[in-house]
Design a binder for this molecule. Structure first.
Ligand code: HEM
Length: 132
């Protein structure tokens, strides 16, 4: 199974996930970084953790500079067909909001409420004090 006109599938890349055969996907391109594991300035652990997977986000988040981006060419093995991506995140589909996120607005409203109640009581108390 190799790269056809659409490139490698995600499942093809996912089998290259060991220290002796390590590929990563960055921006829909597959890179064979096996020979680079020991030399990677960010450590081999991070590359191994991303082995066989889409590491686009991790790559961007690590703040790689132009040197790192230029190095990518050295390890390029082919395009990856985005339609074979098993995770929706990389296909730019935002995941459904979790239960936790759904609670967020009401938590915020609660906090304002807790602040407003003592403030209201204080205003009333000061009002009574002045009008007595
Ligand atoms: C083919 C892929 C990669 C190449 C060629 C590469 C190359 C480099 C290079 C040259 C640096 C030194 C700093 C710089 O020039 O920007 C670096 C740093 C770093 N890389 Fe990568 N990298 C790759 C993939 C990754 C991935 C997938 C991750 C995370 C999962 C990662 C995490 C890091 C981190 C955390 C540093 C910072 C190290 C520090 O500042 O101490 N890298 N990488």
């Amino acid at each position: 199974m190799g790269a056809d006109s659409k490139g490698f599938s995600y499942s093809h890349v996912s089998v290259h996930n060991t220290c002796k055969d390590c590929w990563v996907i960055i921006n829909a391109k597959a890179y064979n970084v096996t020979s680079f594991l020991e030399d990677h300035p960010g450590g081999e652990e991070v590359l191994l953790a991303a082995a066989g997977k889409d590491a686009s986000e991790e790559f961007e988040n690590a703040g790689h500079g132009s040197a790192a981006r230029l190095m990518l060419d050295e390890f390029y093995v082919g395009e990856v067909d985005p339609s074979t991506n098993p995770t929706p995140a990389a296909m730019n589909v935002s995941p459904p909001r979790s239960e936790y996120d759904k609670d967020k607005p009401s938590e915020y409203v609660n906090k304002i409420f807790y602040l407003l109640v003592p403030l209201g009581i204080m205003t009333l108390a000061v009002g009574f004090w002045f009008y007595e």
